[in-house]
Write a protein that binds this ligand. Structure first.
Ligand SMILES: *Cc1c(COP(=O)(O)O)cnc(C)c1O
Length: 463
């Protein structure tokens, strides 16, 4: 099994990025509950034949759809060790939790947070955003809300984010019982950053109406075009208005590792909380989300529970309080910290930063190629590693939608689509450390060929 999966990562370029799933393969996963053991070698054969070839392909250098990390063999092997230990990191006195705290210390150092800041591994940034919204809710209306519910406070909390924010911010408002309607969606400027003036106006309007603004969720690296909000300006408004300043840095926050990119995130060190994923730009295998909270005490008071079976002692296995389960809703928790700790140690912050920087250089290369090619059109500024463009044509949305579907089915490259200013865009998010110029060239070449096919078809169809 080890040989096969190492061969897979080593020779991944020889494979298609993704391929359509044959009906028979899908049908193989409709069998009844197995009553008798199946030989391990046979299960592994099924894995090689029916599972491995039909994943989404984000380990492949041609994968540019959505913001997915590529993973590494180091992370994979660390995950195997973690599974062998079968650690449960909800609590108790054990070194695996010290490993998680070590990663927390590195994260504090990276973002310039104080020693009193708390942090926690979670599934992903969606969960990290939810935790941040819940801690901000505690700050605004107190921990009593945990027993009494939101309605009892009589306050109408309002939150603010940009039109480019990820949908998990609205979902967090929903799950926190505050409602997504009170999340004010602020328009973006020409660089797809939150419009600072409109933000101030919206807060002022809500205050005048007797509502209680409590949270601004800025984004470092929007999911559609990779824009970074003006974090220092948002921090200043949050301070003046005494509202919580959260940064959704799902993939972009780790740009702090790259000296050429870190200045663009200036102001992130003033955040009350940051949500990000090690499994995106950090290349740690899925899943490895993280939430960092400046006020560790407030964070703990949002989640800690007095359950008797979670009783703490000063010695024995029940020592070592506070435990990770005091900082989030999960009690059973895997050892996500190990693959992250291995990744950071095996490559070092400098090399990880250089890799992140390289993906942005590739995005600039792609941008220049698009600008030099009359048949193509850039649709959004390239702030980090995401490039939105299209093939120029009549009925461009239809043509570009077909180009992307053909590309994905061809296995050559896998961009995704998004909508920019009402136009359907081919979106290339360059996140994978394995991607290089030849992959960008292959993408461009294929877009031009497919574009001329679909574009011609369009012009023939016109009367
Ligand atoms: C990916 C992403 C998310 C969601 O993170 P998950 O780890 O998929 O839950 C949230 N915000 C932004 C900006 C993202 O890029």
């Amino acid at each position: 099994m080890l040989d096969d999966i190492l061969d897979y990562t080593e020779n991944i370029r020889e494979r298609p990025v993704w391929q359509p799933i044959p009906r028979a393969v899908r049908a193989a996963f409709r069998e009844p509950l197995p009553q008798k053991p199946v030989h391990l070698a046979s299960i592994h054969n099924t894995f090689m034949r029916d599972i491995l070839p039909y994943s989404v392909g984000n380990a492949h250098p041609g994968f540019m759809g959505w913001v997915h990390g590529g993973g590494t063999p180091v992370g994979m092997l660390a995950e195997m060790l973690a599974a062998g230990l079968n650690g449960n990191l909800g609590g108790r006195d054990q070194i695996p939790i010290e490993v998680e705290r070590q990663v927390l210390r590195w994260v504090r150092e990276l973002f310039g947070f104080p020693d009193t800041a708390s942090g926690l591994f979670v599934t992903g940034t969606s969960m990290a955003n939810l935790i941040a919204v819940l801690v901000a809710r505690t700050k605004a209306i107190g921990a009593g809300v945990r027993r009494q519910g939101v309605a009892a406070t009589g306050k109408r909390l309002t939150a603010y984010t940009s039109a480019g924010a990820h949908c998990s911010i609205a979902q967090a408002m929903d799950l926190a019982g505050l409602g997504s309607d009170v999340l004010r969606i602020i328009p973006v400027n020409g660089r797809y950053q939150i419009d600072i003036h409109a933000l101030e106006e919206a807060i002022g309007r809500d205050r005048s109406a007797g509502l209680t603004p409590f949270l601004i969720a800025a984004t470092a690296g929007t999911v559609d075009v990779g824009a970074v909000d003006h974090l220092a300006a948002v921090a200043e408004i949050a301070r003046r208005e005494t509202v919580w300043f959260h940064v959704d840095g799902a993939y972009g926050a780790l740009a702090m590792l790259a000296p050429d990119l870190a200045p663009r995130l200036a102001g992130i060190e003033r955040a009350d909380s940051i949500a990000f994923d090690f499994n995106k730009w950090g290349q740690v295998p899925y899943d490895a989300g993280f939430v960092l909270v400046r006020d560790g005490t407030l964070h703990q008071s949002t989640f800690a529970s007095p359950a008797a079976y979670l009783r703490r002692e000063t010695r024995g296995m029940a020592a070592g309080s506070p435990w990770p389960c005091d900082f989030g809703p999960d009690l059973s928790r895997g050892f996500r910290a190990l693959k992250t700790w291995f990744t950071i140690k095996a490559y070092g912050a400098e090399k990880l930063g250089a890799m992140i920087s390289k993906t942005c250089a590739l995005a600039r290369y792609l941008k220049h190629c698009i600008e030099a090619e009359a048949a193509l059109e850039l649709l959004a500024p390239v702030a980090l590693n995401i490039v939105c463009f299209r093939y120029r044509s009549g009925n461009a949305d239809e043509v570009n939608r077909n180009i992307v579907a053909d590309l994905q089915e061809s296995g050559i490259a896998a961009p995704s689509t998004t909508t920019v200013n009402g136009c359907l865009a081919i979106r290339a998010a360059i996140v994978n450390h394995r991607t290089n110029r030849s992959d960008i060239d292959a993408l461009l070449q294929a877009v031009l060929v497919l574009g001329s096919v679909h574009g011609n078809r369009q012009s023939k169809a016109q009367p």
